[in-house]
Design a protein around this ligand. Structure first.
Ligand code: 5GP
Ligand code: ZN
Length: 116
């Protein structure tokens, strides 16, 4: 499995850097965002380094699906009522700042649409 030694989220996935982890499976790791934008703000990442959804290939399909199913499980365990949001920022203009693909799970407050 491909990992990048200088990637922040690879280093969190391996445990080299600490994070407030909420879920770990064979394929994905989830941890609380360091700068939360909602009462529940969790990042779900694959253990494998994929820089962005733009860089994903067909062989990543199952892992990308698992990011979403992990978010569903975390939202249920958090007891979020009324809805939550799954967001993947793709590229700098969309606000991506960490180039290891990650799904944001946001919930616990009303969320406006459209986003900025
Ligand atoms: P992006 O802007 O790339 O979609 O999201 C990156 C997210 O990672 C941001 O919400 C940011 O707060 C979060 N983040 C950046 N560095 C760290 C870190 O070291 N630990 C944790 N837990 N979150 C981080
Ligand atoms: Zn990485």
């Amino acid at each position: 499995m491909h990992t990048e030694p200088d990637c922040l989220f690879c280093r969190i996935a391996t445990g080299e850097l600490s994070a407030d982890r909420v879920l770990e499976t064979e394929d994905v790791v989830a941890f609380r965002d360091i700068n939360p934008q909602a009462p529940t703000h969790v990042l779900v990442i694959p253990r494998e380094h994929v820089s962005s959804l733009d860089a994903a290939e067909p062989r990543h399909a199952e892992t990308i699906g698992k990011l979403h199913l992990a978010a569903k499980r975390i939202a249920a365990e958090a007891g979020i009522q009324g809805g939550w949001r799954a967001v993947i920022n793709v590229g700098a203009d969309a606000g991506q700042t960490v180039f290891h693909v990650h799904l944001h799970l946001l919930g616990g407050r009303p969320l406006a649409w459209p986003p900025g």
